[in-house]
Design a protein around this ligand. Structure first.
Ligand SMILES: *Cc1c(COP(=O)(O)O)cnc(C)c1O
Length: 377
């Protein structure tokens, strides 16, 4: 049956910012059948190992460790490098990035962002380095990539580790290299709301074989392959059902990214040349994944502030997200805990940004409908 989307919308079906990508029901059932034969549900089973191999190839990286989710992947990557002291990072990100740093007993030092790409402003990192700095944790926010070369130069000069939060950057390539191959390590999120999902899930990739071994042990209570407990680890093993979902979804990722690209193209076309609506820059030299559709609402020029536009859209049953607002440095739980650096660009953008609904099956007519509201037709 062909769904009449326009009618669905009129029947008050809310349009959410995202919708999880799932395979056909039968496809998933077929994939999990062997699990009933093997009774092997977790602990690096067949599905887990197969997905790891497939992802290494897809992401074009050497070492990859699957985890329960992106957050534990980040905590374990930070722990594996034995970092101490201060970590330079961005406040314009999801709670996870800053929480992982703080939960690993490190102090976040917030660096401002580049107002065009929303990623950490590499030119401002050096000023924040002290004798306590041990690492840089930048975020490839919205799938926009950081200035990886500049960051690498700084890291070399001051002997710092670079761990990228690549939660948004699944499938992104820069200069023909998988984005996960830059820096000392990168983490991906395979949460339901991300470009590619394993229901919940994530991965760390890294260059160094020893770090790889360490993360494999950390995700399994700190046990090495012979069962000796060599580290104070946690439990972040991806189970077989998650991995099976990943195996199915990976088969369709190319098509899904293509469809996301069509939605974004439609948005960009419809929203071009509206006073006070700024579209994100499109980066060169990168293979994009079309993860998000952020726009900036410039109050003085648009005549309405971001929050007002959000309310107008919500009245029409459309639910964009104020993503990322507030900055993580403004979270209640961080008040008075450590000095917070002044990050004017990040503050401003957090007040102006909304991410519009985007998923592969979002009908283009719905995109037009959303854009008409923004255009105030
Ligand atoms: C989603 C996300 C994470 C955490 O990933 P989970 O898989 O949800 O644990 C980390 N960082 C950023 C920037 C994210 O968007």
């Amino acid at each position: 049956m062909k769904i009449n989307w326009e009618r669905e919308r009129q029947m008050n079906k809310p349009i959410l910012v995202t919708q999880a990508t799932i395979p056909e029901f039968e496809e998933y059932i077929e994939e999990i059948k062997d699990i009933w034969q093997s009774h092997w549900l977790s602990n690096m089973g067949v599905k887990h190992n197969l997905l790891e191999e497939q992802l290494k190839e897809y992401l074009d990286i050497e070492h990859l460790v699957l985890c329960t989710n992106g957050h534990t992947a980040l905590e374990m990557a930070l722990q594996a490098f034995g970092l101490a002291g201060e970590v330079i990072t961005t406040p314009f990100t999801f709670a996870s990035t800053t929480h992982a740093i703080v939960r690993c007993n490190l102090t976040p030092v917030f660096c401002d962002i580049n107002p065009e790409t929303f990623t950490i402003d590499a030119d401002k990192i050096e000023d924040l380095i002290t004798e306590k700095t041990s690492a840089i944790v930048p975020v490839h926010v919205y799938g926009n990539i950081c200035e990886v070369e500049k960051i690498n130069t700084i890291a070399q000069k001051y002997n710092l580790k670079v761990i990228y939060d690549a939660a948004h950057a699944m499938g992104v390539k820069y200069k023909d290299r998988g984005i996960g191959s830059y820096g000392d390590a990168s983490i991906f999120s395979f949460h339901a709301t991300k470009v590619f999902n394993t229901i919940e899930g994530g991965a760390v990739c890294c260059r160094d074989k020893e770090i790889y071994n360490k993360i494999c042990s950390l995700k399994n209570f700190g046990m090495d392959t012979s069962g000796r407990v060599i580290d104070v680890g946690g439990n972040a093993k991806m189970n077989e059902f998650q991995a099976a979902m990943g195996i199915c979804n990976l088969k369709h990722i190319q098509e899904n990214i293509y469809k996301r690209g069509l939605v974004i193209r439609r948005y960009r076309h419809a929203l071009a040349n509206i006073d006070g609506i700024e579209l994100p820059v499109e980066q060169n030299n990168i293979k994009r994944n079309f993860a998000y559709m952020p726009i900036r609402v410039i109050q003085g020029k648009y005549g309405m502030c971001r929050d007002e536009l959000c309310s107008v859209l919500e009245k029409a049953n459309i639910f964009p997200r104020k993503y990322f607002y507030p900055l993580t440095s403004q979270f209640e739980c961080y008040q008075q805990r450590f000095p917070v650096q002044y990050t004017p660009s990040a503050l401003k953008i957090a007040e102006e940004v909304i991410t519009l609904p985007l998923y592969p099956d979002l009908p283009l007519e719905t995109v037009d409908f959303i854009c008409d509201i923004i255009k105030r037709k």
